[in-house]
Design a protein. Structure first.
Length: 253
C-alpha cells in the first residue's frame, strides 16, 4: 500500500550531507516514501557542475524527485527547494522550508546575513574545510539543551558519508551569497509551510514576516528557543510540525 504514503523529499543544507536527517528519518520512514538526496558534490553525490550554478543544481535534484512530492529543504536546501518548486512545479505538491530564505544576504529592507560574515566564512573554508564545517555544525545545534551531544551525533551521522568536494562546498556557499529568489518565491502557487528558530543568526526571525508578505497564505511557525537547525535542537517539535504538514498527525493513534 505504498502508494497511500506521501512522498517526502528532505534536502540538506550547506557543508553537510543526507546524514543530517538520520534521526528524523528513523522516526518518519515508515509513514512516508522518504528520499534524502545528497546535493551535487556532497556525500555520495560526488559529481557536481562547474561552475556550481543554481539552475543546474536544481535541475540535477529535480530529476531525482517524483511528481507531486512534499519537498522540504533546510537552509541552502530550502533555497534549492524554492527553485525546484518554481521551475519544476509538477514535482512539488507542497513546499516546506526549514530555517530557509529565498535571499540569505541582507538587502535594503530585507533581514539576512551581512556580506562580510559570508566572506569570512569563505576564507575560513579555504584555509581549513573540516574545521569550518565542524564549527558550522556547532552553530546549528545552538539552542538545544544538549548541544554538545547533538553536535557529536550529527558529526558521526555526516562522517558516515564521503567528505564533500571542496570546490562544491565553495560553490554552494556562493549560491547562498549570490542568490535572490524573492520574486520566484512570491510567484509560487503551491502551498508553503515553514519552521524557523527565533535565535537563528543565519536566517533572522525578522525575515519570517517578510516571507509572509511574499506568500500571504503560507503557514510559518517559529520555535522560541531554536537556532538554525530546529530538527537537531528540538526534534520532537520538528517532528510534530513535519507530521502535521504531511497530514499524518490525524492518523496517529
Amino acid at each position: 500500500m505504498n502508494s497511500d504514503k506521501p512522498t517526502l523529499v528532505l534536502l540538506h543544507g550547506w557543508g553537510v550531507n543526507q546524514g543530517v536527517w538520520q534521526s528524523i528519518a528513523e522516526q518518519i520512514a515508515d509513514k512516508v516514501q522518504l528520499l534524502t538526496p545528497d546535493l551535487p558534490g556532497f556525500g555520495r553525490q560526488q559529481n557536481y557542475p562547474q561552475p556550481y550554478q543554481l539552475d543546474v543544481v536544481a535541475e540535477t535534484l529535480a530529476a531525482q524527485i517524483p511528481r507531486q512530492s512534499y519537498v522540504c529543504g533546510w537552509s541552502l536546501g530550502g533555497l534549492l527547494a524554492i527553485a525546484i518548486a518554481r521551475h519544476y512545479p509538477d514535482k512539488v505538491q507542497q513546499l516546506g522550508l526549514v530555517a530557509a530564505s529565498p535571499c540569505f544576504i541582507a538587502q535594503p529592507g530585507w533581514p539576512g546575513m551581512a556580506e562580510q560574515v559570508m566572506q569570512q566564512f569563505a576564507r575560513a573554508l579555504s584555509e581549513n574545510l573540516p574545521q569550518t564545517i565542524e564549527r558550522f555544525l556547532a552553530i546549528q545545534a545552538m539552542g538545544s539543551s544538549s548541544a554538545r551531544a547533538d553536535t557529536k551525533v550529527l558529526k558521526q551521522a555526516i562522517m558516515a558519508y564521503p567528505m564533500a568536494q571542496p570546490a562544491a562546498v565553495a560553490g554552494a556557499l556562493q549560491l547562498l551569497s549570490q542568490s535572490d529568489l524573492r520574486a520566484d518565491f512570491a510567484a509560487l502557487t503551491q502551498p508553503v509551510s515553514g519552521i524557523f528558530g527565533r535565535l537563528d543568526s543565519l536566517v533572522p526571525v525578522a525575515a519570517v514576516a517578510q516571507l509572509q508578505q511574499l506568500q500571504p497564505d503560507a503557514d510559518f511557525i517559529v520555535l522560541a528557543h531554536a537556532s538554525h537547525a530546529p530538527f537537531i535542537s528540538h526534534p520532537a517539535e520538528f517532528l510534530q510540525w513535519l507530521q502535521q504538514w504531511l497530514g499524518l498527525s490525524v492518523k496517529q493513534s
